[in-house]
Write a protein that binds this ligand. Structure first.
Ligand SMILES: Cc1cc2nc3c(=O)[nH]c(=O)nc-3n(C[C@H](O)[C@H](O)[C@H](O)COP(=O)(O)OP(=O)(O)OC[C@H]3O[C@@H](n4cnc5c(N)ncnc54)[C@H](O)[C@@H]3O)c2cc1C
Length: 637
């Protein structure tokens, strides 16, 4: 199968307009004849559902949580990018486009990224109209701050709670449509399978997490907005229920999985404290606007930070990257933190931490100013660590945070299964091998508010669709398979918990498919994951029954998928014999230890096709054509 990204012709800045004009439209009176399923109520899912319902489609919206408001998007702290140039510091659509392409180490599609940059400005207007309380400057204009990989201030924010405020806006729009009867809301449902009938996505099977019963729903198209799979690593900054299940099961039904090895490791998280932990906490990238990162110059220096004089500190990011300083992109900052710790300069009890110091900013701007910008983050830090960051530097270390990989989609956000669209973090589309901070919220909302409402119309208007109801054989077949898996999980009665297996998988992925990778380690990881999977199906203990609320059973299903998917991540990493963005292959680095790409052989998207339990997945590639930017060695010096 040849992957056709369906990128429209014409100049870069006209492609989206032209495409929207060329897309077929569904007559307003006919929209009510179409049913659409949206799985996910984060920023991508909620915005898509609300907008499509507003247009007149009938939408069914599903989520795992008890309310759409608890989707993981609520956790986003730092902000959302837009090329408004309110700061008058030289920003433009082109600059945001270029920063994003470069930030992703030239492994994303030009056309998608340009469209994202164009739409960024509309998102802010839309959200302001919804009443999102973005921070404002003294004169009342929307304020901006800087994020990594950019030399302009283009990040709009609401204190350290930007995701929460944006999600409340999308949620309000969504609930308005629920009240109007255009959206049917199904909380506490977990999608267990995608139903493909006559070659097209036509429904889902979900498990009611309260009653344990399977439910089936049919529609004319299915939209997945089910978030990222960072929890494959067990410890991550993601919400506990983030998973790969919906995407992975769609992969098993024929949706290709793109770049699964591209995982973002965020440089500023609260370091791991012990083996009892099941979650890590992010300290937003926005803190690097004012916080300075440093380690003692002398390896093994265990003096408290306030006893280490300036002359004996190494502000290594400022020293190595004078142009971007502490605001280098995440992959670069993370690798550098690891490098310092590997040299024995790490701080804190474990030596796996570096300092993020606000002393200079507090001296310069005053405590009140710093508190106004980051108060809730400082409070969160103090609650978790017991240390007051106004008085002593924060200790931070990289942690798994975001996944650039996801289901492959074309320019219309449609996967390789007709009628299956994928939005937000669940798709692979716009961030290449490394996402710039504050760009995930932008992408999720661009996908949901501004892209899918057009492209799904083009699909529905241009595709002959037969009547398919839940009586179709494909639904019954899926139900039988899901029930069989549930019964199998409950019958093993082994002696190890689901979490033990998950933690072990996470360690393997972190050690061998984490911040740096080498071929030998990846080969080893492959064997370890296969062995772990075999043991899981013999030794796991899932207590309780399938007939009511059973969180162990929920987790077991998700971990079973992570155990298969982890292998795909490693296979993908093994295949890419270059370094790019987050994928740092130790054999491919510049003299300065930066990622060294191999554009001749790897300037493409890897898209994997499922071939069955015992068979290796087949690799397809989508070549990336750069007609508007020059491929260069990424530099932030
Ligand atoms: C701590 C933290 C801070 C962040 N801060 C920022 C920031 O400041 N700026 C920024 O741009 N990005 C930030 N990000 C990234 C950003 O928050 C996410 O990428 C984004 O919110 C993902 O949105 P989404 O709609 O794609 O998915 P999510 O918000 O993850 O929503 C997924 C939805 O899918 C549902 N779901 C999942 N699986 C199933 C299933 N099998 N069945 C039914 N429903 C399912 C869930 O219930 C949920 O409703 C941050 C991430 C973290 C972890």
């Amino acid at each position: 199968m040849t992957l056709d990204a369906k990128i429209p012709g014409g100049p870069l800045n006209e492609k989206w307009d032209r495409h929207r004009f060329e897309l077929k439209l569904v007559n307003p009176a006919n929209k009510k004849k179409f049913d659409i399923i949206v799985v996910g109520t984060g920023l991508a899912g909620a915005s898509a559902t609300a907008t499509m319902a507003e247009l007149g489609y009938n939408v069914k919206n599903f989520c795992i949580q008890d309310t759409p408001r608890r989707a993981h998007s609520i956790a986003a702290q730092g902000g959302i990018n837009a090329a408004k140039n309110y700061a008058n510091d030289g920003d433009s659509i082109w600059r945001l486009f270029y920063d994003t392409i470069k930030g992703g180490d030239f492994r994303s599609r030009e056309a998608n990224v340009y469209r994202l940059s164009q739409l960024s400005t509309q998102i802010i207007d839309h959200c302001v109209a919804q009443g999102i309380p973005f921070a404002r400057d003294y004169g009342g204009l929307l304020d901006n701050r800087s994020f990594g990989g950019a030399q302009v201030s283009r990040t709009f924010y609401a204190k350290g709670q930007t995701g929460q405020q944006l999600l409340l806006g999308a949620y309000s729009a969504l609930m308005r449509q629920v009240a109007k009867g255009k959206v049917q809301m199904f909380p506490r449902r977990e999608m267990m399978d995608l139903v493909v009938a006559d070659g097209k996505a036509r429904g889902v099977v979900v498990r009611n997490l309260i009653t344990g019963k399977l439910e089936t729903y049919a529609a004319h198209a299915v939209v997945l907005a089910t978030g990222g799979y960072g929890n494959a690593y067990f410890l991550s900054t993601n919400a506990m229920s983030c998973n790969v299940t919906a995407a992975y099961r769609a992969y098993k039904k024929g949706a290709f999985f793109a770049n699964p090895c591209f995982t973002q490791i965020h440089p500023t998280c609260i370091p791991v404290h012990g083996t009892y932990q099941s979650k890590l906490t992010l300290m937003s990238e926005s803190l690097r606007n004012d916080g300075r990162v440093w380690v003692p110059k002398q390896p093994g220096d265990k003096r408290p930070p306030n006893q280490i004089p300036e002359s004996e500190r190494d502000y290594y990011l400022e020293r190595k990257y004078p142009s971007f300083g502490n605001l280098v992109p995440r992959d670069v900052a993370s690798r550098n933190a690891k490098e310092q710790c590997d040299m024995g300069k790490g701080v804190g009890e474990t030596g796996l931490a570096v300092y993020l110091d606000f002393a200079d900013a507090i001296k310069r701007d005053g405590k009140d100013a710093i508190e106004a910008k980051y108060g809730n983050l400082f409070q969160m830090y103090e609650k978790i660590t017991g240390e007051n960051p106004y008085e002593t530097p924060m200790q931070i270390y990289p942690a798994v945070h975001y996944t650039m990989g996801g289901l492959w989609v074309d320019y219309n956000l449609m996967s390789t299964i007709d009628g299956l669209f994928v939005l937000g973090e669940a798709n692979f589309s716009d961030h290449g091998a490394n996402r710039l901070g504050a760009s995930a919220l932008m992408q999720g909302l661009a996908d949901g508010y501004f892209i899918i409402p057009y492209t799904i119309g083009g699909y529905l208007a241009g595709t002959p669709l037969t009547e398919v109801s839940t009586d179709h054989d494909a639904f019954a077949k899926s139900e039988i398979e899901i029930n069989a898996q549930v019964e199998k999980l409950l019958s093993i009665n082994g002696n190890r918990t689901v979490d033990e297996f998950h933690r072990e998988l996470g360690m393997v992925l972190w050690d061998y498919c984490g911040m740096s990778r080498d071929m030998e380690g990846l080969e080893k990881a492959l064997g370890m994951i296969r062995d772990l999977r075999t043991r899981f199906w013999k030794e796991v203990n899932v207590p309780g029954s399938g007939d009511d609320l059973n969180q162990s059973l929920e987790k077991a299903g998700r971990v079973a998928d992570f155990l298969e998917f982890g292998e795909l991540m490693v296979i993908d990493a093994l295949n890419r014999e270059e370094s790019c963005g987050c994928h740092f292959n130790l054999a491919c680095q510049t003299e300065d230890h930066e990622a060294l790409r191999d554009d001749e052989n790897y300037c493409h998207v890897n898209a994997w096709e499922y071939k069955g339990e015992e068979a290796a997945p087949t690799l397809h590639t989508e070549s990336l054509e750069f007609e508007n930017v020059e491929l260069t060695q990424r530099s932030y010096k």
